[in-house]
Design a protein around this ligand. Structure first.
Ligand SMILES: [Zn+2]
Length: 242
């Protein structure tokens, strides 16, 4: 493998070209940069990408035809993002990543169901992904709908009710902890979601307990573009939020 891949957490120099990292032999993997191997490296890469997005210094990595072609042989994403389906919270964009980098699972309000758990177990167990990010955000409609239902009584119809029912435990936990502000409730929903994944899934819980995987809880700020840590389980190399 050629030397000179981008150092994790650093923005490559202007001369840097991802094309230079194309595999040169059969042992090379399908990605253009060394795949982060542990939770801390994975978080460093995500954090660096989010800084590039916020600063406007995007690299738009791994979106070229050569990468696309290589990835047809298989995927080895370095992080799994389980986030809200909100159109403003697109993980590949806000973390400045490309094809093959992130395994994405999204539902409105990042509510957990069997399909979500199975998808995350696939990422953690089969793809050996070292980091799961829970990605909530401010002004989340699912959280707002739940607060409204709890405050006013009527539940929404159809399967919207299912969303509200799945967010309700987080809102109740926030209130029990004295967290009444919208931002605080959204952060608590992210924390509760991470804990729920570990409690409901033995695969995820064991992977975190054994240090093969970590969970980082993030709240994304729609206006400034930053994904801030509000919780973590396992070693992500930095303090685990509030
Ligand atoms: Zn949302």
């Amino acid at each position: 493998m050629r030397p000179g891949p981008p150092i994790l957490g650093h923005v490559p120099s202007p001369e840097f070209r991802y094309e230079d990292l194309l595999p040169t032999g059969p042992d090379d993997g399908p990605t253009h940069f060394p795949r982060p191997q542990d939770p801390a490296d994975a978080w460093a890469e995500l954090a660096a990408g989010n800084r590039r997005f916020v600063d406007g210094t995007h690299l738009h990595p791994n979106q070229d035809a050569a990468t696309r072609n290589q990835l047809a042989a298989g995927q080895r994403p370095f992080a799994l993002i389980f986030g809200c389906a909100d159109s403003r919270v697109a993980a590949e964009i806000i973390f400045d990543q490309g094809l093959g980098d992130l395994f994405i699972v999204r539902t409105a309000g990042h509510v957990v169901d069997a399909g979500v758990l199975g998808s995350i177990e696939y990422g953690v167990q089969v793809l050996d992904i070292p980091l799961v990010g829970i990605l909530g955000h401010d002004s989340c409609g699912a959280v707002a709908a739940t607060v409204e239902a709890l405050d006013t009584g009527p539940m929404p119809g159809g399967y919207l009710r299912d969303l509200v029912e799945r967010v309700t435990p987080s809102v109740l936990a926030a209130r029990q902890a004295g967290l009444l502000g919208t931002d605080d409730i959204e952060a608590e929903h992210v924390r509760q979601t991470g804990r729920l994944l570990m409690e409901r899934s033995r695969v995820i819980g064991d992977a975190v307990a054994e240090g093969r995987c970590a969970i980082v809880g993030l709240v994304y700020d729609l206006a400034d573009g930053q994904a801030r840590i509000v919780d973590s389980a396992g070693d992500i190399g930095v303090a685990g939020g509030s």
